[in-house]
Design a binder for this molecule. Sequence first.
Ligand code: SF4
Length: 200
Amino acid sequence: MLKEISRRRFLGTGSAALAGTAIGAFGFDGVEDALAASIRPFKLAQTSETRNTCPYCSVGCGIIMYSKGADKAAGKLGTISFIDGDPDHPTNKGTLCPKGSGLLDFVNAETRTKYPMVRKPGSDKWERVTWDYALDRIARLMKDDRDANFIAKNQDGTTVNRWLSTGFLAASATTNETAWMTYKVVRSTGMLVFDNQARV
Ligand code: SF4
């Protein structure tokens, strides 16, 4: 496979090798080994690549996350050490804006929410809950609110089938298929208050 190399890099690498060889010829044994030892190992060596989408805005740039230490069989998560633009992604072709370039800080932020949490009525603390609890609770509250507030007809008797007392905020970093499904499910309930992070 042909590898592209810039003129500057070619000259730099060539000069370093030539210097090492010439110095070695003058009798400074070990210089070439020292030169080789001084070159840092490639930092992404032995990392795993995971493709994803930048979560910030509706451009939806593709990213590659590099991680180490994951053990899928044991359910152990790896540590992400570097994130770069995906050169094969048709939207951004490897580029990232300043927000996307700072994604590693986002991933490692202490304030990042990683699981469902609830602040129960009267409490001043957020508590971690399971996904089963969160989904059951959301479904229960939505059903109760819709049953109480659904508007089947307007004042003129025209069928409107509206549900105005609950809203839904969807994410833009999804596939077209997921977006289509989300839209159909939300609209099928009669919900009109429906927006997307892309407008925020
Ligand atoms: S890298 Fe920048 S432009 Fe691309 S999705 Fe993220 S925030 Fe948007």
